[in-house]
Design a protein around this ligand. Structure first.
Ligand code: FES
Length: 331
């Protein structure tokens, strides 16, 4: 048998199994390699290939700038080494990820399929509004799911999550069907590179379905420090009964120091005659509302995020100003 291929990740030498990606091999070897979506959609696993060759599983060029591509940047989750490789990666940005235990202290039905939980952690966890964490219930061994923090970190150790019931979803059904108050949970986080960057450019934020909470957390954080950038917030949902957190949006609108437009768009409003707002796909509203040189933040299902990225690029927004969290729902 051939000797196994190896990879050097920064200073650490690891062995590679056949067909393994750089990310899989690194994580298996205990390296806290930055990652988030693991499907080539977020660029969190971006790293530099310094030596060797990889086979790329998907077209990753649209997530990396021409300059990055020229410098040998790759996405670790989409790269299978063909030879020995040497990889340089910035590990520091994930150093804050840790495991904290806690207890569910509140549970509210927000819509027919979304439940909001509040969790009191044993010790506060530092994170940036927009990031997510892994969540596990002691009562559901082996079931770990990722959820965005629904509020900015405030040092109190109380964190919130909006959990949408997924058909057949073990954790989401458990939370939806049972009074989980008092139960023990474990968080491992924070993760993801979705947070609001500093700047002066107008902001366009697009949320699809259960992608709204991290975007609201970002805006609440920004409001608390007196951000004045003009905001356009688009929220795509199916029907009127799928809209939620409207009170929080109103409160934001009232306190935001710059202009604040909120545009809800319903994709299946036809059965509901009372709806007088926008109908259709949220991305179709984008061109008419897009301020020049906007910086965009997108959170929602992959199809929505990808469509929005395409529209933004077609309208001259440069890739470095488009940030997104493309969540995949795992049952
Ligand atoms: Fe590789 Fe998201 S983890 S692109």
């Amino acid at each position: 048998t051939a000797t196994p291929k190896t990879a050097r990740i920064n200073d650490q030498l690891i062995t590679l199994r056949p067909k393994e990606t750089v990310l899989q091999a690194a994580l298996r070897s205990g390296i806290d390699f930055p990652n988030s979506c693991r499907v080539g959609g977020c660029a969190t696993c971006k790293c530099r290939l310094v030596e060797g060759e990889v086979k790329e599983l998907t077209e990753t060029g649209y997530l990396l700038s021409a300059q990055e591509l020229a410098q040998g940047y790759i996405l670790a989750c989409q790269s299978v080494p063909k030879t020995h490789v040497r990889i340089d990666v910035e590990l520091a940005k994930h150093a804050a990820r840790r495991t904290v235990a806690g207890r569910v202290v509140a549970r509210h039905a927000v819509t027919h399929d979304i439940t909001r939980l509040a969790v009191q952690l044993d010790e506060p966890l530092d994170y940036r509004a927009g990031q997510f964490t892994e969540l596990a219930f002691e009562q559901l061994p082996g079931v770990v799911r990722s959820y965005s923090f629904a509020t900015p970190a405030d040092g109190s150790g109380v964190v919130g999550f909006y959990i949408r019931k997924v058909p057949g979803g073990q954790l989401s059904s458990f939370v939806h069907d049972h009074d989980v108050r008092g139960l023990s949970v474990r968080l491992r986080g924070p993760a993801g590179d979705f947070w609001l960057r500093d700047g002066d450019a107008p902001l366009v934020l697009i949320a699809g379905g259960s992608g709204l909470p991290p975007i609201l957390a970002m805006l609440q954080q920004a409001a608390s420090v007196g951000d004045t950038r003009p905001v356009t917030l688009l929220f795509g949902a199916r029907e009127e009964r799928d809209l939620y957190a409207l009170d929080q949006i109103e409160a934001l609108q009232a306190t935001w120091r710059g202009s604040f437009r909120f545009v809800p768009v319903l994709s299946e409003a036809s059965s509901n005659a009372s709806w007088t707002g926008k109908r259709g796909r949220v991305v179709d509203e984008l061109p008419a509302l897009l301020p020049p040189n906007a910086h965009a933040y997108l959170c929602g299902p992959p199809a929505m995020v990808d469509a929005a990225v395409t529209v933004l690029m077609a309208n001259g927004i440069s890739q470095e100003h488009v940030h997104f969290d493309r969540f995949t729902t795992r049952a």
